[in-house]
Ligand binder design. Structure first.
Ligand code: PXL
Length: 279
């Protein structure tokens, strides 16, 4: 993948350090022009106490796309995250069809669940719609919960390699080309990712030391750094590993501040990300 402009499609959570407020700075720091299509505007992300506002922007997608078509606007990659409605799946399939350049990459983070549960606000059958988007992706970046929900697999917090390989094979049946499965752990002291090539059934792992604290928003930090590295020409595996190292550092940079529970201080680590990209 070469450095040209990309589109990211996800919500704006005004406060909460997730989605577009992460993707835009992280991918831009990687030297890539980052265009945005907001799926919804929320006052905060949905892990805050109930009371957040939610403006669904489904109705804006088609007119925006029609205008882009008139202007012949296309993208080298389309990276999707948190969606505002199930109807957006078909609209985004249309966007990929019309605005993704030939040879470009569709990258789908099916951001909708964690810790065995769907995020608040999504209907229980939403994963079926998200699976239809994953079907056309060059790379998908689910966590284990999202992978289980899209493949009708029982969610387990303890498992062995057999469980992960079976999950990866089921994800391949959705139709995507490569999978970066996040939050994989076979050893209580290690946490990492499984990188799976659906065309030849090969899996590679990358692990870091597990940190004592988990944080909100790290899935978006991870996917954004992955996209930034991938668009700089790194392989899927190298992008997955680099994004993991960056994400670990953002969690470390936040660990001393309990008041910052809602996200990670990724800004502090952008110089590290930029340096790693030049190696
Ligand atoms: O980080 C994932 C995410 C994105 N957008 C919104 C969310 C969440 C997770 O809770 O609520 C609105």
């Amino acid at each position: 993948m070469s450095k040209e402009k990309i589109l990211t499609v996800q919500d704006i959570s005004c406060v909460g350090q997730c989605s577009l407020t992460v993707a835009l700075p992280v991918i831009s720091a990687c030297g890539i022009e980052t265009c945005v299509l907001p799926t919804a505007v929320l006052s905060t992300h949905t892990a805050f106490k109930p009371g957040w506002t939610f403006r669904d922007l489904t109705c804006d997608i088609q007119p925006i796309s029609e205008h882009w078509s008139k202007e012949n606007i296309t993208f080298k990659a389309i990276y999707t995250g948190y969606l505002g409605s199930r109807e957006q799946v078909d609209l985004i399939l249309g966007l990929i069809d019309k605005h993704l350049e030939k040879g470009g990459a569709a990258i789908v983070d099916p951001a909708m669940a964690d810790g065995g549960m769907l995020y608040k606000g999504f209907p229980s059958d939403f994963p079926k719609d998200m699976a239809r988007l994953c079907a056309v992706a060059d790379v998908i970046l689910p966590n284990i919960t999202e992978a289980c929900l899209m493949t009708d697999t029982e969610y387990k917090s303890e498992y062995g390699e057999k469980y992960i390989v079976a999950l990866l094979r089921k994800l391949a049946l959705l139709g995507c080309k490569k999978v970066v499965l996040t939050g994989v752990s076979f050893d209580p002291k290690k946490l990492g990712v499984a990188v799976y090539d659906c065309s030849d059934d090969t899996v590679e792992y990358y692990f870091n030391d597990k940190l004592p604290r988990m944080s909100h928003g790290t899935g978006d930090v991870y996917a954004s750094a992955f996209v930034g590295a991938y668009m700089n020409g790194k392989s899927v595996y190298d992008s997955a590993a680099l994004a993991a190292d960056f994400t670990v550092r953002t969690i470390e940079a936040t660990m001393d501040d309990d008041s910052h529970w809602y996200g990670v201080k990724f800004e502090k680590e952008l110089p590290y990300l930029i340096k790693r990209l030049s190696e």
